[in-house]
Ligand binder design. Structure first.
Ligand code: SF4
Ligand code: SF4
Length: 283
C-alpha cells in the first residue's frame, strides 16, 4: 500500500478537512502523518508528501526542508502553499507590527520570517493543486494521478450560467447584496466574478450557489506563466465587453481589503524572481 503524509505549515487546516472528506483514498493509501488527526513528531519516509500552508515562520522552513528529504514526490496543495494565502496577511505592515509588538509576551510562538513564501521558493515541487481549499474530487484526482481527469479550462465552463448581451450593469453590486437571479451570469448582474480567467476543476460550487468566483483555483493556463498584471487585464477586458462599469471601479474592487483573497492570489505573482511554474505540473 502506498503511503503519504500531510505537512501543515502556516495555514488554516481547510485543505486537511477537504482531504478528509475525500475518503476514497483510505483503501489505497496509508496516511502516516497529519498533525490534525495523527499524533507524531516527525514526518516518516513516505511515497507522497502533501504540503499545505505557506512558509511564514522559521519553524515552517525547518519542517519543510526536513520533510522533503523523506519522500519521493512533493505536492503543494492549496492557495497558501502556492500563492501566499491567509499566511500572506502577515506581510501587511500593520499586522507585522501588531504581532512583533506582542512577541515578547509569547516566547513559544515561532519567529516570523520577513515575509511569507510559497513552498517552491525553498524546495522542488513535483505537482501543484491550487484551491482554497481544493475540493475532495481534486484531492482524489491528484492522489490517484487519474490521466482521464482534465479540469475545465476556466470556471465559466463549469458554471452553467448564461452570459447575456443586453444586460449591461453600470456599477458593481457589493458582495452579498441584491437578489441573485438564477441561471444568468453574475457579471451581467453586476457582481465581480472572475471565473472567466480562473482555472476550472472545482465544479464552480460558488457561482452555482450565487456567489461570485474569487479565483481560489488561481489563474487558468493562459495566465499561469505570466505576471499578475496579465490576469488583471484579462478581468478588465471581460468586464469591458459585458458591462458599462468604469475600469477604475473594477480595479479598486479587485484590490479592496474586502476582496483580500484576490490579493492573496496575486501576491506570489508580483515582484518575485521565481521562474514561472510549468502549467503541466498544475492540476
Ligand atoms: S463569469 Fe462567473 S457567473 Fe459568469 S459564467 Fe463565468 S463563472 Fe459563471
Ligand atoms: S468557483 Fe471560484 S472561488 Fe469557488 S471554488 Fe471554484 S475557483 Fe474557487
Amino acid at each position: 500500500m502506498k503511503t503519504f503524509a500531510v505537512l501543515q505549515l502556516s495555514g488554516c487546516a481547510g485543505c486537511e478537512v477537504s482531504l478528509l472528506n475525500a475518503d476514497a483514498w483510505i483503501d489505497e493509501y496509508k496516511l502516516l502523518y497529519m498533525p490534525l488527526v495523527i499524533s507524531a513528531y516527525n514526518v516518516p519516509d513516505v511515497d507522497i508528501l502533501l504540503v499545505s500552508g505557506g512558509v511564514r515562520t522559521d519553524e515552517d522552513l525547518y519542517n519543510l526542508r526536513r520533510a522533503v528529504k523523506n519522500t519521493k514526490q512533493v505536492i503543494a496543495v492549496g492557495t497558501c502553499a502556492i500563492s501566499g494565502g491567509i499566511a500572506n496577511l502577515g506581510n501587511r505592515d500593520e499586522v507585522r507590527k501588531l504581532f512583533l509588538a506582542h512577541q515578547v509576551e509569547r516566547p513559544h510562538v515561532p519567529r516570523l520570517l520577513p515575509r511569507s513564501h510559497p513552498i517552491d521558493t525553498f524546495v522542488e515541487v513535483d505537482r501543484y493543486l491550487p484551491g482554497c481549499p481544493p475540493t475532495p474530487d481534486l484531492f482524489m484526482a491528484i492522489l490517484f494521478d487519474k490521466p482521464d481527469f482534465k479540469p475545465a479550462r476556466t470556471v465559466c465552463q463549469e458554471c452553467g450560467r448564461k452570459k447575456l448581451k443586453d444586460m449591461r450593469p453600470k456599477h458593481l453590486l457589493g458582495f452579498q447584496s441584491g437578489e441573485v437571479l438564477p441561471d444568468i451570469c453574475l457579471i451581467n448582474q453586476g457582481y465581480l466574478c472572475i471565473g472567466s480567467s480562473t482555472r476550472g476543476g472545482c465544479g464552480a460550487p460558488c457561482t452555482r450557489a450565487g456567489h461570485p468566483c474569487v479565483g481560489c483555483r488561481g489563474p487558468s493556463n493562459a495566465f499561469i506563466e505570466k505576471e499578475s498584471s496579465a490576469w488583471f487585464d484579462s478581468i478588465q477586458r471581460v468586464f469591458a465587453s459585458m458591462t458599462d462599469i468604469p475600469p477604475e471601479e473594477i480595479e479598486a474592487a479587485l484590490r479592496s481589503p474586502q476582496l483580500a483573497l484576490f490579493l492573496f492570489q496575486f501576491s506570489d505573482y508580483a515582484g518575485t524572481d521565481r521562474p514561472p511554474r510549468q502549467k503541466e505540473k498544475v492540476l
